[in-house]
Design a protein around this ligand. Sequence first.
Ligand code: ZN
Length: 242
Amino acid sequence: MPAIKDEAITLRRLDYSETSQVLVFLTREHGCRRLIAKGIKRGTKKHFATGIDLLERGQIMFVSKSQSDSSLGTLTEWRQLDAYLGLRDDLRRLYGGQYAAEITTAMSEEAEPDVGLFDALRELLEGLACGADPLPLLVGYQCAALRSAGLWPDLSRCIVCGRPAPAGRAGFFAVHQGGLACRDCEPGIVEKRKVSGATLDALREARLTPHTARDAFDLLNYAISHIIGRQPALARFLLTGT
Ligand SMILES: [Zn+2]
């Protein structure tokens, strides 16, 4: 059982006994991993150890029974690289980071590596920690998470009749069909949602204004909620107050 070295971001933490933690990490090269960190909260008389916090990035070493093993592995080393302190100054930015952690945990397969997704999460946390507006950054991350899961919707044509969807025109977004339906085909689809042409163009071109960022976030959150079977807990806090 050789130890594996990687870079990782904490997605979930659960205190386990007085001195240990169970952590869910997104690693850069080894996908999502659930690891137990034994004794990580054991302090000394001078030094109080609190363990590893959510949304920290660090260098880790861990042992798991096999390369693709999805059972609980053991964290043997942690060296913090970034605590993203700027993220913790502002509740909305912190919620943004927690939202990203929640959808990542819900949408990623264990031990399925995706370097692009890891880099997108790191960029998101860096942006949030620098004080950027959360919604445009979060839309970028929602796109990355949907692409990583192979569930990016087709916004270029009607998924029923195949006619191209012209720029600037509103459409009906149907999650289970994986894309847009035109006006003629939408009556036959039960679960759908109308989207403005401006929001569709913003998503196609990855160019967001404050207004389209809110709509695009709402739309992709709707898609993600259907995919994971529940509404992410912090979505409504991110949608209010903008
Ligand atoms: Zn159609």
